[in-house]
Each structure stands twice: as structure tokens, then as C-alpha cells.
Design a protein around this ligand. Structure first.
Ligand code: SF4
Length: 385
């Protein structure tokens, strides 16, 4: 039976169907298929420094990281993998360049997956049979991680530079070597530092295989630039349903990468939203310092996990409208703030009391949401000028 339209406009909750990919299991985290898009990062410590690496993994776990990668450039690092894999609360992927023997070490160590870079593992192609056997027996997936900066010399010669076609050919060639041995427990990344090349590479790759894809803009840069590049590139791909797990690469502490990654997924409704502050940009009509107000409210509600939307608006033009749409909001003017809860003005307070009143009311609403079983979802705080 066809539903009868009542004339209400519908808002798409997602921009596209997910691309159909095969699902693999990275430790406890499913990747691909209908599994939620997961967020990853990579430690910056020396892996052989087990204490420091586990400490950083704990920080990443607390910030929402679901899978962590650790570099494995030396025997000392390989020796540390077993303890790290055992003590980490999230799946650990060993990142192997140059030395195929560390792939076996990582599998033996109990790592949840191994990342190999076809361009950087000498004699790798000769070892595929043994790697496929060891990984298959241990049910450890392999990530084929092609990177523009270390593209296979043969393909660099063929294409002249790291074009999307070159990245994709490198990845699919390596995958085909594993397929010859019946191994398909694979995910693939084709990273480039240019979001345009990267997006095109992933689009081509998505059309040519059903492996789950790990998205990344490599060497994206310092926090601001890297955030923008990653948001644009991941947004372009995820909005078309392409991408099963993501890593934002920033020249910043790894926990920052997780924050950005989670925010990107929340913005696309690929993950339930948590606290959301709707604050106006301010303008010549603002009657309060909107930036300060928004920052103070954000800081005061830091860590809130329920889907609360808080509107912080600087004046009475859009303020009441936005504040009404939010769970909680303030519209400011004449040294006062009108406080809205679920669309109703509940009180008017002097400017100096706006922040504390909003936080107080937010906590009450959050408590109620938790009682009602809304653990996380679509939060909003609106602050209007
Ligand atoms: S809510 Fe008011 S102060 Fe804020 S941008 Fe809009 S008009 Fe300007």
C-alpha cells in the first residue's frame, strides 16, 4: 500500500545507500557490509615503548577510537606487539613496511589485522602465499594500504605519477595476488594528499571491487587544514555511500583525529549525534558576546553524551525561532536572555546568569533523557545573538 503524503516535506536522514561491500572482522569490530562506519587512528609513540603506546591507546579509546594502528618498523616493535595486542581494549592493527617477516610476527602476536603497503614491502609478492596461509589460518584480515608517496615503482613508471588509476591498479593487483590463494579477507585504502585525486581513486576502486574501504587523506596537514581536507574528501565519498572505516590524518595529537572523524560521521547522520550547539555567527545586531557565550556553554556541557540540541543566539531576529527548535536555547537582548525549553520560554535571566542557567537546564533535560532511555542521539543547544 502506498503511503498517503500529507504534504509535509521529508528530510533525508542519509544522503545515499551504503555501497555493498563484503564484511570483514577486525577483532571485535565489523568493517564493511552493514556495519557502522568505524573511526580509527594511529599511535605516535615508539611501539617498542609498550607503556607509552598502551597509554596513548587508552587515551584514544576514551576519545571514541574503535581501531588503532601501530607502526612496526623494527624487531623491537614486533616484539612489543603481543603485549600491546593483549592489553589494548580496542583491536590493534600492525602497520608493516619493508619487512614481510613482521607480517608473520604480527599475526603470531594476536594483532587484529595487518596493514601492508605493496609499494614498500620488498619481495612481498613472493611471500603472498605464505602470508595468505598464515592470515587465513589465524582469521586475521589484511589491509592493502596504497599510498601516493610510496607507490610501486613499476606503476609510477607506467603512469608518471600517483594518479587515481595508478593507486587503484596497485591495490587491485595486490589484492589479486591474495585472491589467487583464495584469500579475500581484505580491506583497501588508496590514500593521496590531494582530496580530489583521493576521491576519484576511491570512486574508481569502489566501482571495481566489493572489498570494504578504509578512507584517508594522507599527510592532510596541521589540524585546521587537515580537518577541512578530510571533511571535504570523506564527505564527498560517504555522501555517496563509499567508505567503511575512516582515519583523519592530522599533524596533531591522535585523539584530535578521533574527534574530527566522529564529527564528520555525526554530520552525515552516519552516527547518532550527541551534544549539538547551534550558535549564530553573530552580526551587527548581536546584543551579547555570542562567541564567548557559545564557548562557555560548550565547555560547560563537555562530555555530555545524550542527543541534546542547544541554541545560542545573539538577538531576537532568529534567536527565538532557533531557540524554539532546539531542546534548549537562549535568545539574548537588552542585557537579558530568554531561556527556552522544548519551545517554551521558561524564564528570562540577566546576561550574567545565561550560561549557568543553560547548563542547569541542560543537565535536567539530560537526566530526563537518560531516564527515558535516550542514551545518545540528536542533541542540540542553540545560542542566538
Ligand atoms: S541571531 Fe541575531 S545576532 Fe545572531 S546572526 Fe542572526 S541576526 Fe545576527
Amino acid at each position: 500500500m502506498t503511503a498517503i503524503s500529507l504534504g509535509m516535506p521529508t528530510v533525508p536522514t542519509r544522503l545515499a545507500e551504503r555501497r555493498k561491500s563484503r564484511q570483514i572482522q577486525v577483532g571485535s569490530v565489523a568493517v564493511g557490509g552493514d556495519a557502522p562506519v568505524s573511526v580509527q587512528s594511529m599511535t605516535t609513540t615508539r611501539t617498542s615503548d609498550i607503556g607509552a603506546t598502551l597509554q596513548q591507546i587508552a587515551e584514544l579509546t576514551a576519545s571514541g577510537c574503535q581501531i588503532v594502528r601501530v607502526a612496526c618498523p623494527t624487531q623491537d616493535d614486533a616484539d612489543a606487539l603481543a603485549t600491546i595486542a593483549r592489553k589494548s581494549q580496542i583491536p590493534v592493527i600492525a602497520d608493516i613496511h619493508f619487512q614481510p617477516k613482521y607480517v608473520f610476527a604480527a599475526i603470531d602476536a594476536g594483532c587484529a589485522a595487518v596493514r601492508v603497503n605493496p609499494g614498500n614491502i620488498k619481495q612481498f609478492d613472493d611471500k603472498v602465499k605464505e602470508i595468505a596461509k598464515a592470515a587465513g589460518d589465524a582469521r586475521v584480515p589484511i589491509r592493502i594500504g596504497v599510498n601516493a608517496g610510496s607507490l610501486d615503482a613499476r606503476l609510477l613508471k607506467k603512469y608518471g605519477k600517483a594518479t587515481p588509476e595508478a593507486l587503484v591498479e596497485s591495490a587491485l593487483w595486490e589484492a589479486s595476488l591474495f585472491e589467487e590463494h583464495g584469500f579475500r579477507d581484505i580491506k583497501i585504502s588508496v590514500k593521496h594528499n590531494d582530496p580530489v585525486v583521493m576521491v576519484e581513486a576511491y570512486r574508481q576502486l569502489a566501482a571495481q571491487c566489493d572489498y570494504p574501504l578504509h578512507l584517508g587523506v594522507t599527510e592532510a596537514g596541521p589540524a585546521f587544514q587537515g580537518t577541512i581536507k578530510s571533511a571535504v574528501a570523506f564527505g564527498a565519498l560517504l555522501s555517496q555511500g563509499i567508505g567503511d572505516t575512516i582515519r583523519v590524518s592530522l599533524s596533531a595529537p591522535p585523539a584530535e583525529e578521533i574527534k574530527v572523524g566522529i564529527q564528520i560521521l555525526e554530520s552525515l547522520n552516519l552516527r547518532q549525534r550527541r551534544l549539538e550547539i547551534v550558535s549564530c555567527p553573530s552580526c551587527g545586531r548581536a546584543q551579547v558576546d555570542v562567541y564567548k557565550l557559545a564557548e562557555e556553554v560548550t565547555a560547560g556541557l563537555d562530555g555530555m553524551t545524550v542527543p541534546l540540541r542547544v541554541a545560542v543566539m545573539g538577538c531576537v531576529v532568529n534567536g527565538p525561532g532557533e531557540a524554539r527548535e532546539a531542546d534548549l536555547g537562549v535568545a539574548s537582548g537588552n542585557g537579558k536572555g530568554q531561556i527556552f525549553v522544548k519551545g517554551e520560554v521558561i524564564k528570562t535571566v540577566p546576561e550574567s546568569k545565561i550560561v549557568e542557567t543553560l547548563i542547569e537546564e541542560a543537565l535536567k533535560i539530560a537526566e530526563q533523557m537518560e531516564k527515558d532511555g535516550i542514551a545518545s542521539g540528536e542533541p542540540t543547544v542553540a545560542v542566538a545573538g
